[in-house]
Design a protein around this ligand. Structure first.
Ligand SMILES: [Ca+2]
Length: 356
């Protein structure tokens, strides 16, 4: 279990400032001994960014400079955000095995039992099924067991100012992380949390559902009604926030996520069916006309569908017809493999719950 030091929410900003004054002196001594510059206070562009951010957001300039200035470069992080080497075969079967396994299913069962009332309430208020929420929190953090041990400020500063140039979309991603850093500091200012306390993933995602700061700001809710949002320690807040995120990303109550599909080998127009990728585009009849028969009730599905291809390394790929709700799951993490793992983990836990 990751130890999380999230201070009481309404810490006064002034106490944070007086603490950092001492830390600064310690820091000077430390630098005199160990040579390499690792704190962003020593990087002119980071301090310029801090000044601009403070100006844009109307935040205290010194507070922002201290927050970013005391962030440390995480040397291992830049290579973690690089895409996998070309030619790495995607493998759904292997991906699935990582997430749909006994330890995670058992933890999911416990989580569901402990939070059954909250999951029912979320389902009623947001229309998002318990098994989707259970699937997300399980895939993200094994129900809070792995919420990430990096200081969020270090992760976001590293990816804002030392994003690897080798990444094919380096400029876009760097800008993304700079916006997240800005959201994070705005959130810390508003809640009074010391910006050096929160822990998260190497990309700065926080809590049981691994919310990025912008998602926290936009979608997180106080679902246990204690007057504050704590996605690390309140399972209720995490559940409500995941459900609210889904509603904000187009989840439709009662719609299945996907259907099985069967190909007419003769008339199959696979390239055309795969061209829109996971964006639901075809009607069930339109898919049938291109040689993919949506099975069961899916044959009468009213909305658009996407043919989702899941590669299995050297073996034949798996295919399903994804609905707009499948697409909504990919808004949490832009991958059909991810979405399918969430859906199947939730189902596996639900199946286990049904066992007498
Ligand atoms: Ca709360």
């Amino acid at each position: 279990m990751t130890s999380l030091i999230v201070k009481t929410i309404f810490l006064i900003a002034t106490s944070a400032l007086s603490v950092s004054a001492t830390a600064k002196n310690d820091h000077k001594k430390h630098v005199a001994k160990a040579a390499p510059a690792q704190h962003y206070a020593q990087r002119a562009e980071a301090m310029r960014f801090a000044d601009d951010l403070a100006e844009r957001r109307g935040l205290d300039r010194e507070w922002v400079r201290q927050a970013i200035g005391q962030a440390r470069l995480l040397r291992e992080v830049p290579r973690l955000v690089l895409p996998p080497a070309r030619g790495t075969a995607k493998n759904w079967a292997a991906y699935r095995a990582r997430f749909i396994e006994p330890v995670r299913i058992r933890a999911g069962l416990r989580f569901w039992q402990d939070n059954a009332d909250t999951l029912t309430r979320a389902e009623k208020e947001y229309g998002v099924p318990a098994e989707i929420i259970v699937g997300i929190i399980g895939v993200e953090t094994i129900y809070g067991q792995h919420m990430g041990g990096y200081r969020v400020i270090d992760a976001l500063a590293t990816l804002s100012f030392d994003f690897p140039d080798a990444h094919p979309r380096a400029a876009e991603r760097r800008a993304f992380f700079q916006r997240e850093l800005e959201q994070f500091l705005t959130l810390m200012d508003r809640t009074g949390i010391d910006p050096h306390d929160p822990r998260g993933s190497y990309a700065g995602a926080m809590g049981m559902g691994q919310f990025m700061p912008s998602s926290w700001t936009r979608w997180a809710v106080d679902f246990d009604g204690d007057g504050r949002i704590d996605l690390w320690r309140s399972a209720q807040d995490a559940i409500g926030s995941v459900a609210n995120y889904f509603v904000g990303h187009g989840w439709t109550a009662g719609m299945p996520t996907h259907y099985a599909v069967r190909f007419d080998t003769a008339g199959l127009q696979l390239d055309e069916l795969l061209a829109p990728d996971i964006l639901p585009t075809f009607s069930a009849a339109g898919m049938a006309a291109k040689g993919a028969q949506v099975q069961g009730e899916g044959a009468h599905h009213a909305g658009p569908l996407a043919l989702v291809e899941l590669q299995n390394g050297a073996d034949a790929p798996s295919y399903v017809a994804g609905t707009e709700n499948f697409y909504a799951v990919t808004r949490y993490n832009w991958s059909s493999y991810y979405a399918m793992a969430v859906i199947e983990l939730g189902r596996a836990v639900a199946a286990q719950r049904a066992v007498p």
